[in-house]
Write a protein that binds this ligand. Structure first.
Ligand code: COA
Length: 376
């Protein structure tokens, strides 16, 4: 039996799996196409960031308007799509599982889903990016027994999502905060779900399948699922007075504290810093100041005890909660933003494709022989 003697990097930590020009993390700074995340969060819009991720440059005014109108058109569903989506169960179903299935349903209804023509793929890219946000809102409407409100083309994707989700018009501040969240989550180099999307795409499977794979990867609590878990943690802790004792017990039991730690950022996640200031102001305004105080204390105790800092999921939980969003929708919202990055990566993968096929280091028994039942 030949044994592979090469180096093994658990979790592929030290492995460079491909080259990419979509986003990068250099010295704890996150760049989308060379622009810092702080610059984009302060000045850009989600639609503009999508243009940037897909085209490797900022749009002019007209280009942005064209893309925005296209994405807004794609936020609506056809009658056939609504009919099939309404048939999916929503009670006691996690919205990430529903979303994963919903994308598969949309694939079945798209006669071009298997096309390898670039033009069709770009059409699907735009359609999926528009529809993902609406799917999250639709799930919420279906479980509340409401219809999705019509898309209003004079407003942004963020505004329309919040309007459809809550059934009432969001304020300018709520829209701006949510838009910033969408910008912050749009891409993040070779994170687990993006790598998953690229791996599926590398077999020359279709765009829908790559997105379904990515949703499955994002769903886990060690990746995108952490934001929902953060709110559960804060509710478990209950009050500021209980934070220290709760953390002591959790660390003594070797629990992973959700929303903390990162494979790449060891000195802090730049997205968490932007989210923290939004969380503070929103928590105070929405009567959730105690949640921010608990989060802040947890952050300083985690730093003191373990020198581990918050990641993007930590403060996004209280931001979404303060916007009145139900916690099981936090990860689907992450997916609805990250899909813009996933699609940029899938197309980049196809530009210079080679199938991903790493090796596994053998650690099983060798020389096994099959035996009939009476000899086992
Ligand atoms: N809470 C407690 N301890 C943590 C921790 C956390 N959130 N994150 C890392 N650690 C500890 C590990 O227990 C390990 O300690 P050890 O060396 O004593 O065993 C050490 O820090 C290194 O952690 P490791 O799990 O090897 O890091 P990783 O790079 O494999 O994993 C994460 C990175 C993000 C998966 C991990 O930090 C984690 O599980 N965080 C919580 C989930 C989360 O917030 N995910 C969202 C990421 S954006």
């Amino acid at each position: 039996m030949q044994k592979y003697e090469g180096a093994m990097d658990r979790g592929l930590e030290g492995v460079v799996a491909c080259s990419t020009a979509v986003s990068s993390i250099i010295d704890a700074t996150l760049f989308y196409r060379g622009f810092t995340i702080e610059d984009l969060a302060a000045h850009s819009s989600f639609e503009e960031v999508i243009f940037l991720l897909w085209n490797n440059r900022l749009p002019d005014k007209e280009e942005l308007q064209v893309l925005q109108q296209n994405l807004l058109s794609n936020m609506s569903f056809s009658d056939a799509e609504i009919l099939q989506l309404k048939a999916l169960p929503v009670k006691e179903v996690h919205p990430m599982a529903w979303l994963r299935t919903a994308i598969s349903v949309l694939a079945l209804l798209d006669p071009k889903s298997q096309s390898t023509q670039k033009e069709d793929q770009l059409f699907i890219r735009n359609a999926l990016t528009g529809k993902m946000l609406s799917l999250v809102a639709l799930f919420n409407c279906l479980r509340q027994g409401r219809d999705l409100l019509p898309i209003q083309k004079e407003y942004s994707m963020a505004w329309n999502f919040l309007n459809c989700l809550q059934g009432e018009e969001p304020t300018e501040e709520q829209t701006k905060v949510f838009d910033t969240c969408l910008i912050l989550h749009a891409d993040h180099s070779l994170n687990c779900s993006t790598f998953t999307a690229r791996v599926t795409a590398s077999s020359l499977s279709d765009m829908y399948s790559s997105i379904v794979s990515a949703i499955g990867a994002l769903k886990g609590p060690l990746h995108g699922g952490a934001n929902e878990e953060v709110l559960k943690t804060l509710k478990d802790i209950g009050s500021v007075d209980n934070v220290e004792a709760w953390l002591k017990n959790a660390l003594a039991n070797k629990y992973k504290i959700m929303g903390f730690g990162h494979r790449v950022y060891k000195n802090g996640d730049p997205r968490a810093k932007v989210l923290k200031s939004m969380s503070q102001s929103l928590c105070e305004k929405s009567g959730n100041a105690h949640l921010f105080e608990m989060s802040n204390l947890l952050e300083s105790l985690m730093k003191k005890e373990k020198n581990i800092l918050p990641n993007v999921d930590f403060y996004s939980a209280t931001v979404y909660y303060s916007l009145g969003i139900t916690s099981d929708l936090f990860t689907p919202i992450f997916a609805a933003s990250r899909i813009s990055g996933w699609l940029a990566h899938i197309l980049e993968q196809w530009e210079d494709n080679r199938i991903y096929r790493p090796k596994g280091q053998w650690r099983g028994k060798a020389g096994q022989l099959w035996k009939p039942f009476d000899q086992r």
